[in-house]
Design a protein around this ligand. Structure first.
Ligand SMILES: [Ca+2]
Ligand SMILES: [Ca+2]
Length: 222
């Protein structure tokens, strides 16, 4: 009987680690970014996750934008491909885009300066909070993005202002790159546990160590 139990346990472990290997999923609160550079700011909204979101404040008007950003240090637990989803509001055609770079999968490029459309996210419009998979809006069309990481550890995601008034409430990182809608991707907003992990940095490392390593990443990709 004991042998049977152990065997079943072993099979169970084998099955769960192969057939049912779960996607990696990380839920992040936009306003808990490691760095927020003005004029991008944190603002209040009772309908936003944890009551706050980030944006470059202003009415959605033509022109403007192009300054300010938020940076997130994300611990990549396994090598491989990842997709990103944003929980957003984009009122109209003048408030529906960001620049997105995620190092080291992306180069250390200031997309606000280079205007490289590879990093241009055309945000799905809507006046209520909704999920949108981060894409690149190229001159020839808009395509879902995926990022491939050859190393584990800290990766630096920058969401930079392109147009005034585009709003970001939360982010969802997933290794499920196939999903094209939020149901398939099992997107979710961060809960208290997610926020705790995000605030404390990598669960196992003190914040000081992250800062040091972040410095070396910047140096490496300069
Ligand atoms: Ca636009
Ligand atoms: Ca939020």
């Amino acid at each position: 009987m004991r042998f049977l139990t152990i065997s079943l346990l072993a099979i169970g472990l084998l099955v769960s680690s192969t057939v049912f290997s779960a996607d990696i999923e990380i839920a992040l609160e936009a306003e808990l970014a490691n760095t927020i550079q003005a004029p991008m700011i944190i603002a209040d909204d009772k309908d936003a996750s944890d009551g706050k979101f980030i944006w470059m404040e202003g009415a959605p008007v033509a022109g403007g934008g192009g300054q300010g950003w938020a940076e997130f240090i994300i611990n990549i637990p396994e090598k491989g491909k990842y997709a990103l989803w944003g929980y957003v509001i984009a009122w109209d055609g003048n408030s529906d885009s960001f620049w997105v770079t995620w190092q080291p999968a992306d180069p250390n490029e200031d997309a606000q300066a280079t205007q490289n459309t590879q990093f241009r996210w055309g945000v799905a419009q809507g006046a209520a909070w909704h999920w949108d998979r981060i894409n690149h809006w190229l001159d020839g069309g808009t395509f879902d993005r995926e990022w491939e990481f050859d190393t584990t550890g800290e990766a630096v995601l920058r969401i930079a202002v392109r147009e005034d008034a585009t709003m970001l409430d939360a982010l969802f990182v997933t290794s499920n790159i196939k999903a094209t809608n939020e149901g398939e991707a099992s997107v979710r907003l961060p809960d208290d546990k997610d926020r705790k992990i995000q605030v404390e940095g990598l669960a196992v490392n003190p914040k000081k160590k992250i800062a040091t390593t972040w410095g070396s990443i910047k140096k490496q990709y300069k």
